[in-house]
Write a protein that binds this ligand. Structure first.
Ligand SMILES: Cc1cc2nc3c(=O)[nH]c(=O)nc-3n(C[C@H](O)[C@H](O)[C@H](O)COP(=O)(O)O)c2cc1C
Length: 121
């Protein structure tokens, strides 16, 4: 059975920078690039064999697509929902359909990791 790991930028930030919970944490745009890099790294290290949830700075379809093409199978968003409102989910879904078509994909699954090809080991 495929294990699902829940990576959040919260956790990676705490481990990498020694930030403790009492000081709070970052979300939204400041963590967008950092969290995508975590997705890219985990996708490479796990050879695309586990389910990755991309989270951190997703506000629109382009942001979601960047995480998917980096290796995320699922997208989670918190700050984007707060700033954009719940209708953003439908907008992202419609935007993703356009982006998939533009790249010649017929499913999200095909797009996962497509801009982060697995390096030879
Ligand atoms: C108000 C708030 C509460 C959160 N609570 C949790 C939590 O309980 N556990 C957790 O792992 N991450 C928590 N997070 C972190 C989010 O899951 C996410 O990793 C982070 O906000 C980056 O995504 P975003 O840019 O879409 O907000 C929380 C974030 C916010 C803004």
């Amino acid at each position: 059975m495929l294990k699902t790991y829940y990576f959040t930028i919260f956790i990676s930030f705490i481990f990498e920078n020694g930030i403790t919970f009492d000081k709070g944490a970052l979300s939204g745009l400041p963590v967008q690039r950092l969290s995508t890099n975590v997705v890219r790294h985990v996708y490479q290290r796990t050879r695309g064999k586990i389910t990755i949830i991309g989270v951190g700075g997703v506000f629109n379809a382009d942001d979601a697509y960047e995480k998917i093409t980096s290796g995320a199978n699922l997208i989670e968003m918190v700050t984007g929902m707060i700033f954009e409102g719940p209708q953003v989910i439908g907008e992202i879904n419609r935007g993703l359909v356009k982006l998939l078509k533009k790249d010649g994909f017929s499913s999200i699954e095909e797009a996962v990791g497509s801009r982060n090809p697995l390096k030879q080991v």
